[in-house]
Write a protein that binds this ligand. Sequence first.
Ligand SMILES: [Zn+2]
Ligand SMILES: [Zn+2]
Length: 396
Amino acid sequence: MSENKEPNLSETEKQIFKAIEANDVVLLKTLLAGIKNVNIVDENSMTPLQHAAYKGNKDLVQALLDQGADVNYGEHQHNYTSLHFAGLSGNADVCLALLLAGAKSQVMNTVGRTPSQMAAFVGHHNCVATINSYIPKEDVDFYTITPGVISKVQVLPTFLSESFHKFIMQTNIHPIKVVLNVQNFVGLSEHLSEVKKALEFMCEREIKRGAEKNEVMSFKFHYLGYIIGEILKVKLRQTAKKDELEEEKKLDMTELFTRKLLKPGKDGQLEIMDAFLKECIREFPYRDCTLFRQMVASLAGKDPPTALSVLTSAINGQMGFLDSISVCNTCGEHKPAKKCSKCKVVQYCDRNCQRLHWHWHKKACPRLSQSLIEDAQVKPDAGELSTELQNLLVNN
Ligand SMILES: [Zn+2]
Ligand SMILES: [Zn+2]
């Protein structure tokens, strides 16, 4: 254990800490070019990387990693690592950058908490989900085809490994988001069978690891594979060229799935999506595991939660907080940036999510707008509502 002492820092090294304090990425890069070793500590025994992580600044973190900052190095007196600080910052992208650089996620600080436990402690559930969903790249490489090696589990073409790695680490597991990601991540939609096969192997491997078995990961791989299987079925039907599918054929994958899954039921509940997800849970092959029993039990209880919230809790361990967060009406992404400009009730990530939902929302939108007006007339003193109404009138 080193005594608390004034560190012997050069002028440039001192300025590195100041540049981080000021969030000055350009200055930091210039300074970094002038020093040999970036694994230094200040008077609080913190490294530049730990400071950058605590500030939640992805660019600072990346600049330091690019210059060889050791992601697991530290002398912090309470044994906090860079990943602990990233978890406290609330920036999930910073957590991911550190994990990709090899940050250890199971190391404990002096009060016995891992980085994801610290993130949970301060309510940064996005960081918790990112850390808990992290999968080392070697796990993917295990299923990637190696030239000259004959192995029945190596089913993924090499160029897919990066997309596939990102795909299995996604933390928003809303089915529409999964389908969007299949389309967005390069190469996946052209190699659905290989992706499904790899997910099946990974699902089995996680449950059969003996003492190290991971039911959550096993179920997540099953879930992702199940959705890929559904996409495959739709593609097969589309190529079967049946006349009644003429209209379906004009739609892309995400349009088809949003039309199918987001169809509102009688009281606005998404009954079809719920049934779809319940079927997926039922098809999990390892029915005697604890996670499966828990999911079935919560779905069978009185006033059961939706299958989506049961799935989300099971995979991301986020019990009970989801209801209080605003989400995109199409893909379930948290804190979406946009609102429907007509009703100002439903929210979306972007224009694409709004476009995908419009098929169903166009029927509900006038009714939602109307109830906004009626509410404002019944309660003329409701300040917030009147403002909303004014906006509505201005925009129209
Ligand atoms: Zn969205
Ligand atoms: Zn609307």
